[in-house]
Design a protein around this ligand. Structure first.
Ligand code: 4AD
Ligand code: MG
Length: 447
């Protein structure tokens, strides 16, 4: 343990003398008084130093020296600060620290990120420092709350964590977005999703989930795409697709509740409307079939406030279509039964309609895009083998996956949630690059 008190715990020490270890985020004041905005990663907090107190405590010369040191502290200097915790209504926190002593731990010279505005490229180049800002800290706290709530939800619902490999011999989703690497003279791929392995896990352990980094060599430069992101996949046997949707809905609600519960001050920092998030928890999510969604899009194409391209039955949605659909319903919306033609090979057809599959994408409201992709899986050996061949994949790579249909195949379904999409949605940030500590994108591998 540490002798330092975390800023987040200062409230438990009203009237006491405490010592905190922190960085100077900002400072102000004049004459006999200096204000320091301190941060230690847990929160931001104001410390106040009065010149007369220092002179009284340390004598004229040393007291003045200490006070001048405080007044001239550079941004991001690390300090050990001792003081008395006082209630103060003017402070956002409700408390502030009346400084009695301060020591510099580490100097900071010419910190590049000043309180003025900076361009995105500059901030991204300095991502290792940008993470210290109030807003970035809040987003990371929301990310943490979502991860915590995710583990909690799965544990409560009888799921076991089953880790899928990252190096694989076969494509899980498609062959166009694969990162290939050399594996002792043979090609290997970075995992696009743990799903296929989770299906093996579901046949061994029942309800399983994984959570880890996945990789897609997406050349698209959008606000929604990373080349490395974290996915949570879940898989469960003896379940229908409708039951899976119920579970997905409960899952997403539990993640939002987890953030409201554990990171509400982070939502305040980001000025995210908590009432709106509460509404998403309180109301049932919408469910619409892909074909009905296309009908709606076609019917509203010429509305004054729409700006999406014309779309036909059988076409994939672009993000303007997804945005319109979720705005139309104003709630998280499942679009179900997509065309088989642009979905992955493992999905089970809708009974009586080979052209549609038992799949669903969950579209977040407010234009945050798809946060979950899921489906019921093909259980029949021959049909799955056909799909693999039709998709131009080599059945030899999938022999182990096909085995799952040879030895006690059962109905099963699952889904994958993109963590950074969820963070972007809950935090209300515009771009996915802020939802992960060190984003990997088309032109970004550093820092
Ligand atoms: O819809 P996707 O491709 O589904 C799968 O990978 C399934 N195997 C999951 C499963 O059934 N177990 O990806 C799942 C989610 C998407 O809904 C989206 O939230 C996110 O992963 N995602 C991305 N997030 C950031 N950057 C990208 N390039 C993403 N591609 C997908
Ligand atoms: Mg998808």
């Amino acid at each position: 343990m540490s002798n330092y008190i975390s800023i987040i715990d200062v409230k438990d020490h009203l009237g006491e003398v405490i010592t905190i270890g922190a960085w100077v985020a900002n400072k102000s004041g004049k004459g006999k008084i200096a204000f320091l905005q301190l941060r230690d990663g847990t929160a931001f907090f104001q410390a106040v130093a009065f010149k007369p107190n220092f002179i009284e405590k340390f004598g004229e010369e040393k007291g003045l020296e200490k006070f001048e040191l405080i007044k001239h502290l550079a941004q991001e200097t690390s300090v050990k600060v001792t003081g008395i915790v006082k209630a103060d209504d003017r402070s956002k926190f409700g408390y502030e620290l009346d400084v009695t002593d301060i020591e510099i731990i580490g100097e900071s010279i010419d910190y590049p990120i000043t309180p003025k505005d900076h361009g995105t490229d500059f901030l991204m180049d300095n991502r290792h420092l940008w993470l210290r800002s109030r807003k970035q800290m809040a987003i990371m706290q929301i990310r943490n709350a979502i991860i915590y709530a995710s583990y909690e939800f799965f544990d409560k619902n009888g799921f076991i964590k089953f880790d899928s490999p990252i190096l694989t011999g076969n494509a899980a989703e498609n062959t166009t977005d694969l990162f290939e690497t050399d594996y002792f003279g043979n090609p290997a791929f970075l995992s696009q999703s743990g799903q296929l392995y989770l299906e093996a896990g579901a046949m061994a352990l029942g309800r399983v989930f994984d959570f880890g980094p996945v990789f897609r060599a997406e050349k698209s430069k959008t606000r929604r795409h990373l080349t490395e992101f974290w996915m949570m996949d879940a898989e469960y046997p003896f379940v229908t697709h409708d039951e899976s949707l119920d579970l997905q809905e409960a899952y997403v609600k539990s993640l939002i509740l987890g953030v409201l519960d554990r990171a509400s001050s982070a939502l305040d920092v980001l000025e995210r409307d908590a009432e709106l998030l509460k509404k998403y928890v309180a109301e049932p999510f919408k469910r619409v079939s892909y074909d009905d969604a296309i009908d709606l899009l076609q019917a509203h194409l010429d509305d004054a406030d729409t700006d999406y391209d014309p779309i036909e039955h059988g076409d994939d949605f672009g993000s303007p279509h997804e945005t319109w659909i979720s705005n139309y319903f104003g709630l998280p919306t499942f679009v179900v039964n997509y065309p088989a033609s642009f979905k992955a090979f493992y999905m089970k057809p809708v009974p009586g309609n080979e052209e549609r599959v038992l799949s669903a994408d969950l579209l977040a409201p407010e234009g945050y895009g798809e946060i979950i992709g899921g489906s019921e899986r093909e259980t029949d050996y021959d049909k799955l083998l056909n799909k693999i061949t039709e998709n131009g994949l080599d059945p030899a790579d999938y022999d182990w996956y096909l085995d799952l249909r040879r030895y006690g195949s059962v109905p099963h379904a699952g889904f994958g949630l993109g963590l950074e999409r969820m963070v972007t949605f809950v935090a209300g940030t515009k771009h996915i690059r802020e939802a992960i500590p060190f984003p990997r994108m088309l032109h970004r591998l550093k820092p």
